[in-house]
Write a protein that binds this ligand. Sequence first.
Ligand code: ASP
Length: 344
Amino acid sequence: MNLQRRILLIYTGGTIGMIKSPETGTLEPLDFDNVRQHVPELRELDYEIRSIQFRPPIDSSDMRPVHWARLVNIIAEWYNHFDGFVILHGTDTMAYTASALSFMLEGLQKPVVLTGSQLPIGVLRTDGKENLISAIELAAAQDEQGHAMVPEVCVYFGSTLLRGNRSTKASAERFDAFCSYNCPPLATVGININFNRKVILTPEADKPFAPHTELDNSVIAITLFPGIRPQVIEHVFEMPDLRGIVLRTYGSGNAPQQPWLLNAITGATESGKVVVNITQCDAGAVEMGLYETGNQLLKAGVVSGGDMTVECAVTKLMYLFGQGLEADDVRRLMTTPLAGELTT
Ligand code: ASP
């Protein structure tokens, strides 16, 4: 019986596979074969590793919901053939992709690990090799019963494995580019791999794997700042095709108590839009009952996004509206954890 674990690498692009163009001096994506050539160590891993690549590979700034659907389709097609999946992805929008996939891959029982690098794989000091090799190890890791150690969508970067929908790109410079301010790491990689079993989700054994590819991108994220013009808010909140608004407020979910803002929110809520409150702070959660400024938002129909990241709140709205749900159901589910994205 062949017990060798099988890993599918999906290469979408990003710095890990880029090379400096001699003509323009900018970084341009390479084919996966070129990437693979730089990591001969892959042959030493005792796994069967197969790969699929986006053609052409893309800078992750160009990622769109259609690409997330493509990733879901690939994983769904090969789900029964592989023990784990590693997605090579640019860092810029990796947290959005990880968040979106965490909802789209409902009932996931296998690891989906996203990784990339800050320096291209062909550069001497690249962080890409370690990230790729460890991501494969993490995707292949199993417990004593042969179950996946991390049956979740995760981001691996700079020796740390994070829950995908809790991660955010925090540095454009450091090798540990990602942070998860409101959820501890799922694993840390040093001499040994230390799994944080208390934090890793346990999938419901009898829940079937149900991949979803429908997303509705009629959503927006708005950051409040002192002096924001009422006309801007009113214009956005009255947009007829908009269905979901992520409002990035101050501190524990506070916003100015100006009538124009509360009227705009009430109007949007009454017209069936879902307004979700998340904080601009990196760490901590929205608690709208704490100050009168937050309480006013609650009365105007805003729902709390708790401690969700902006990447998570935006993609969760896209996912819920994509399922054809009514506004009230979307409001209810925005405050319900679906994939470990929210502390309750
Ligand atoms: N612009 C690149 C991308 O996101 C940056 C990176 O991969 O680090 O594709």
